[in-house]
Design a protein around this ligand. Structure first.
Ligand SMILES: [Zn+2]
Length: 310
């Protein structure tokens, strides 16, 4: 009897050990993929489309996080140090992270500044800062294509054994970006011309405005770290009234109070203006929101803007 019990125990133990080995080896296998740390969810989504099968992608900032104000935690610093490749936007979007990234680059890590693709003539100058550029390139899908090409080629250079797969996925994704660009142009075209004014919390949509012929005004400048004054509120309220705008818009990564105070200022002067919804500007939406990918976010924004202004 005792012998049988012992055998049972032994076989259980063997199964347990086999199970452990399977788990361990699958972990080792998963870790074999090069780890690419991306600063924002927007960038992580791009990487997923360019090299999702080839690399293991880890985003630093989650949904709704403002990259202008983001300070890295201790955990982030160890994630960045352990990465094989880091991809960030650059053009000082991630102002507080850049000194660390520079340090890691000097130590020999592959650090890709995605928005710095050598065509400054295509960029908008930052209004509040000298010798600086507006970093919100992703709202012009044609500029985002240039970002995709830059990331894809640097990634292929760093990972030559995966280059052909990366190049193939890139070609496919560039096609999708062209399609969303055409669709956006057609949608914005349905807003009456005089109502094509987009008023939001901060100036994240200037490239979008340039691409699709829509005037853009943010209560704050291109970085949420800048202040705005009562004069800005008054001027913007005046414009909303003059143009008889039906709606202004919140942003998911900027506090609601900024746009609410603007709405109050407009209504105090006798003009009804609605809050047309929340746009995703510097961060993707939460999982399952439909705006949890770049293409989904763009579609959500376009539909919200068209719905509010038409
Ligand atoms: Zn921004």
């Amino acid at each position: 009897m005792k012998q049988i019990e012992r055998m049972k125990h032994l076989s259980l133990l063997i199964w347990f050990l086999v199970f452990q080995v399977v788990i361990f080896s699958s972990q080792v296998f998963a870790e074999e993929k090069p780890v690419v740390v991306c600063t924002t969810g927007i960038m992580a989504d791009l990487l997923k489309n360019l090299a999702g099968e080839q690399v293991s992608i880890k985003p630093l900032m989650g949904a709704g996080v403002d990259p202008h104000l983001y300070k890295p935690t201790h955990k982030d610093i160890s994630l960045l140090s352990g990465a094989d490749i880091i991809v960030y936007h650059g053009l000082t979007l991630e102002g507080k992270l850049e000194p660390i990234l520079e340090k890691l680059r000097k130590r020999g890590k592959v650090v890709i500044a995605a928005s710095e693709f050598g065509r400054k003539d295509l960029l908008l100058a930052a209004e509040d800062y000298e010798n600086a550029f507006d970093p919100h390139l992703w709202f012009d899908p044609m500029l985002w294509k240039l970002v995709a090409v830059k990331v894809s080629s640097e990634l292929s250079f760093a990972l030559p054994e995966k280059a052909s797969e990366i190049q193939a996925s890139t070609a496919e994704y560039l096609q999708k970006l062209s399609e969303v660009d055409q669709w956006t142009r057609q949608q914005i075209g349905t807003i009456p011309e005089k109502s094509r004014v987009l008023v939001t919390a901060h100036d994240a949509f200037r490239y979008f405005g340039r691409r699709y012929g829509i005037e853009v005004d943010g209560l704050q400048g291109i970085s949420t770290s800048s202040d705005y004054g009562l004069r800005d509120v008054k001027n913007l309220a005046g414009k909303i009234i003059d143009r008889k705008l039906k709606a202004i818009f919140m942003e998911s990564s900027v506090a609601a109070k900024f746009i609410e105070s603007l709405q109050e200022a407009v209504q105090a002067r006798g003009h009804e203006v609605a809050i047309g919804g929340t746009l995703y500007s510097d961060a993707l939406g939460p999982e399952g929101s439909g705006a949890d990918t770049y293409l989904g976010m763009l579609k959500h924004n376009v539909e919200t803007v068209v719905g509010g202004l038409k």
